[in-house]
Ligand binder design. Structure first.
Ligand code: 0RA
Length: 651
């Protein structure tokens, strides 16, 4: 979070003008400050306020943070910290509280010693939340008194005032997001819950509660409490909940090198995927960076030298590579960096070089000792690594076979693909369609200029449970990746290179609106999540929304996607007469529509609705995919019905 006050060096009146411009600018271009004005931005407001309380907790003054979603979708965040100072700020000539609430980036100005590292991706401060709220009320309990100031669209309605005595301490921020700015104003409990849970794991010892008051009249409000004593150890155990673990407890590292606090935990499971989640200042760094590099380097070096020393690699005839040390590993790494440099396409890649060495040393020390003290676990891990290397060699052979074959057959595109004529990927879309018959209909109905169709035969392989080389050998999966033009299983570092080859910038999954369809959709999403996560990270994946009903009377026909739309259509067509005279056809399968119907309801960009799949929380998605597609059946049942909870899907 920046600590610069806008116009700090200019004179008083000029400064005031700049202050006004500051918050006006936020209202004019909100997306520049909070990312977007959709669901993401709306939820970002809460994170921004909570981040301030987390900072106060990290400074050691706050233990409890309570978040309430009120009935009208306004929010209250309460903490028991020192309270934002209310005295007159010498330089500004007005209350410090007012400065914090009305000046961009003023957050950390008053307490230089405070360890300020928390802060959302945009790190814009609570004044942005104020600017984007029709009403905001800040209450501060401090020095035996309660102070208050209210604002409208960022402008104070009165000077900070004392409203009474108080024996409490802390800050309460209540705000109502401005409906004229945000596309959506309804908060999603699950989205906020995932972030609060994540924050509790990342900052052990802080108690966070989330309450939803939007329940039926008279019903009990819903409250969830998040608290972690063990921090990242517990986070890893939570993420790996349904996977079979190889060692009894995660390996845990907590330390500090060169002023960089490092915390990390990792566990090995019987699976094949690497699930490493990384954070800098509580921000998920999806593109990794120097902290991840430091961890990988130490892991490879220490495990290799241990295995060599113990003579465990005597019979291994081939090279063991870095990735082999991370197969079937779930880990979380969290560092706190005073001045983080974020790079990469989504500005979520840590660039600070000093962090690499800090993490490397912390991990090196602890892991070396761990292996010496736990010979049984050490052997288990090394055996797993050797197995991974063996499998990787088999997989590479299989993959090379596939690629050689592909290169030989003409265009190299799968025979089942009906390609489009346009070649600019940004204009092209491909429909992955469940079943050959619906694929045929889609082929007739499409606009062949820019829409390609790839029919899929029923259920594809469950990659969560399959051996890696089986995945490369699977026809259906090969077809998908060949059609998309990207190489499956490319190391994460080559993401950008690989994505540049993507042949369609909309990859649209179109399945039946039944349980099987939802299962197939999840299988495809799991495949992308595990083997081409960048497609999800960069927002290339969409879900088609075929209608659920056709309501009909005489020549009148109307497609409906929800129960409410259906009831509405029936009433309108009955025109006050008997609703039974109106026919309702329920569509379960794509096959029940003809080409023209499929085009007009589901494929025509003018009239269709597509849902874009985004990864709001990769950690939460990891947890849910492993549960959905893993070995334990009961939790999966529940989730298949409530499809698409794993990844947030925005309209
Ligand atoms: C700067 C100085 C002090 C407290 C805070 C910031 C503070 C900010 C927020 C935002 C939400 N909750 C907060 N709690 C505290 C206090 C300095 C002092 O008392 O000496």
């Amino acid at each position: 979070m920046s600590t610069e006050i806008a116009g700090d060096k200019s004179n008083y009146s000029a400064e005031n003008i700049q202050v006004l411009e500051g918050l006006e600018a936020v209202r004019k271009r909100p997306a520049m400050y909070i990312g977007d004005v959709g669901f993401r931005g709306l939820h970002h407001l809460v994170y921004e306020v909570v981040d301030n309380s987390i900072d106060e907790a990290l400074a050691g003054y706050c233990k409890n943070i309570d978040v309430i979603i009120h009935k009208n979708n306004s929010i209250t965040v309460t903490d028991d910290g020192r309270g934002i100072p209310t005295g007159i700020h010498a330089k500004e000539g007005r209350s410090a509280l007012e400065v914090v609430m009305t000046v961009l980036h003023a957050g950390g100005k008053f307490d230089k010693d405070t360890y300020k590292v928390s802060g959302g991706l945009h790190g814009v401060g609570v004044s942005c939340v104020n600017a984007l709220s029709t009403t905001l009320i800040a209450s501060v309990h401090r020095d035996g008194k309660e102070y208050r100031q209210e604002y409208s669209c960022g402008k104070p309605l009165y000077d900070v005032k004392e409203v009474g005595l108080s024996d409490k301490r802390g800050t309460i921020i209540h705000f109502m997001p401005d409906a004229s700015i945000f596309i959506h104003t309804e908060y999603k409990f699950d989205t906020l819950a995932a972030r609060m849970r994540e924050l509790a794991y990342l900052n052990r010892g802080i108690r966070i509660s989330l309450t939803d008051e939007r329940v039926e009249e008279g019903a009990q409000v819903l409250t969830e409490n998040y608290y972690s004593e063990g921090g990242l150890r517990e986070f890893v155990t939570y993420l790996d909940g349904t996977r079979e673990k190889l060692i009894p407890e995660p390996i845990y590292v907590e330390g500090e090198k060169g002023g960089v606090p490092v915390e990390l935990a990792f566990q090995y499971n019987t699976g094949y995927a690497e699930n490493l989640h990384s954070y800098v200042n509580n921000i998920n760094t999806i593109e990794g960076g120097t902290h991840v590099a430091g961890f990988r380097r130490a892991l490879t070096r220490v495990l290799k030298s241990y295995a060599d020393k113990e003579g465990l690699l005597k019979n291994v005839k081939f090279e063991i590579s870095g990735e082999d040390f991370r197969e079937g590993m779930t880990g979380v790494i969290s560092v706190k960096v005073q001045e983080p440099q974020f790079e990469g396409q989504t500005k979520t890649k840590l660039g600070n070089n000093e962090v690499m060495g800090a993490v490397d040393q912390c991990v090196g020390d602890v892991l070396g000792n761990y292996l010496e003290e736990h010979p049984k676990e050490a052997r288990t891990i090394v055996n797993k690594v050797i197995l991974a290397a063996t499998a990787r060699h088999a997989a590479r052979k299989a993959r090379e076979m596939v690629q050689r074959k592909g290169a030989m057959s003409g265009s190299g595109l799968p025979g089942k693909l009906s390609d489009c004529s346009e070649t600019d990927p940004s204009l092209c879309e491909v429909y992955l369609v469940e079943g050959d018959s619906a694929g045929g209909t889609a082929k007739q109905g499409r606009n062949r200029a820019y829409q390609a169709i790839l029919p899929l035969r029923g259920k594809i392989l469950n990659v969560e449970k399959a051996l890696e080389h089986k995945i490369y050998e699977n026809e259906e999966i090969k077809n998908i990746f060949t059609a998309l033009g990207v190489t499956i299983g490319t190391p994460e570092d080559d993401k950008a290179l690989n994505l540049a080859k993507l042949r369609y910038h909309k990859v649209i999954i179109m399945t039946d609106a039944d349980v099987d369809g939802s299962h197939i959709r999840t299988l495809i999403l799991t495949l992308f999540f595990r083997y081409m996560k960048a497609l999800l990270e960069f927002g290339y994946i969409y879900i088609a929304q075929p209608p659920l009903y056709l309501v009909k009377k005489g020549k009148d026909e109307e497609y409906c996607w929800t129960e409410a739309q259906r009831e509405d259509a029936v009433m309108r067509m009955a025109k006050g007469g008997n609703p039974d005279s109106v026919g309702i056809q329920r569509y379960k399968g794509l096959g029940e529509m003809n080409a023209e119907q499929l085009w007009s309801t589901t494929m025509n960009p003018e009239t269709r609705t597509l849902k874009q799949v985004t990864l709001e929380s990769a950690a939460e998605a990891d947890h849910i995919f492993s549960m959905l597609m893993g070995d334990e059946v009961p939790p999966r049942r529940e989730f298949i019905e409530a499809n698409a909870k794993y990844a947030k899907i925005d309209a």
